[in-house]
Design a protein around this ligand. Structure first.
Ligand SMILES: [Zn+2]
Length: 272
């Protein structure tokens, strides 16, 4: 199998950036602490933050989350000048982290609108949204470089649901094709092929030789998709990640390290 790297800044469910870094095993306060919105000038720019007074906090702590931004958690009785001092001291970390989280959030969830560009098996498709589909139904068809999508109402939720259903349907066909291409070098026999949305995997190979693939790989460049297909095929012979396994992958996919690196760096961006 190939794992999806742990997500940072994935909506608000992602691990928050924190200073100092969170200690493992720390639990959330049982009673909601009091919070208020404040603002301060950090590195020459006005920054709004949430000041949270916590009965359980033992020291001042900075947390940055994609949706809620900067939060300053302080023990009861912390003077305002102490908060200002830490904000000044940590100005560089704050501005850098806020910028990075904003950048990642933008990559995570771009709005889907008429004219949006989507990656599809290594080529860009321009989305053309039309309305008028019967309730609960949608229609999608590729015409040249355009993906014509007809939904009932043009809402983000409906467009996203329809697109995902379409990508999943396409995935069954695309993976069947790429399996045939990638398996030409091996000639292995395999069982059932399923398309899933595995939260933490790009693909997997069961003991019975059934193969599973994550439909989100259709958003990746074709060589990356082929690498994952080759990886799972190689597991049919080597159900491990031994040097023998990697040699088998390399035999069919000499550039596999480049594709692996791409997946590690960009895997979290494979969404719409
Ligand atoms: Zn593997």
């Amino acid at each position: 199998m190939d794992k999806i790297p742990a997500a940072n800044g994935e909506g608000d469910r992602g691990a928050p950036m924190a200073y100092p870094p969170a200690e493992s095993g720390r639990t959330a306060p049982r009673t909601p602490p009091t919070a208020r919105t404040c603002s301060s000038v950090i590195a020459g720019a006005a920054v709004t933050y949430t000041l949270r007074v916590s009965a359980r906090a033992r020291s001042l702590r900075l947390v940055i989350r994609p949706a809620s931004g900067l939060e300053v958690v302080v023990p009861r009785g912390t003077p305002a000048h102490e908060v200002e001092r830490v904000l000044r001291d940590k100005a560089r970390w704050i501005t850098r982290t806020l910028a990075r989280v904003a950048r990642e959030s933008a990559v995570m969830a771009p709005a889907l609108a008429d004219g949006s560009i989507l990656a599809f098996v290594g080529r860009p498709l321009q989305l053309a949204i039309r309305t008028g589909a019967p309730a609960g139904r949608f229609h999608a068809a590729i015409s040249g470089e355009t993906l014509q999508l007809t939904v009932t109402r043009d809402t983000q939720e409906e467009v996203r649901t329809a697109l995902e259903a379409w990508y999943r349907r396409q995935a069954a066909r695309v993976f069947a094709e790429r399996l045939a291409v990638c398996n030409a070098a091996y000639g292995f026999s395999y069982g059932r092929v399923s398309i899933r949305e595995q939260k933490s995997r790009w693909g997997s190979c069961s003991r019975r030789g059934n193969l599973n693939f994550n439909w989100r790989l259709l958003l990746a460049p074709l060589p990356v998709l082929d690498y994952v297909v080759t990886h799972e095929l190689a597991h049919l012979k080597e159900p491990n990640h031994s040097p023998r396994f990697w040699a088998l992958v390399a035999a069919a996919c000499p550039e596999y390290q480049t594709q692996r690196r791409w997946l590690r760096q960009h895997g979290r961006e494979l969404r719409f």
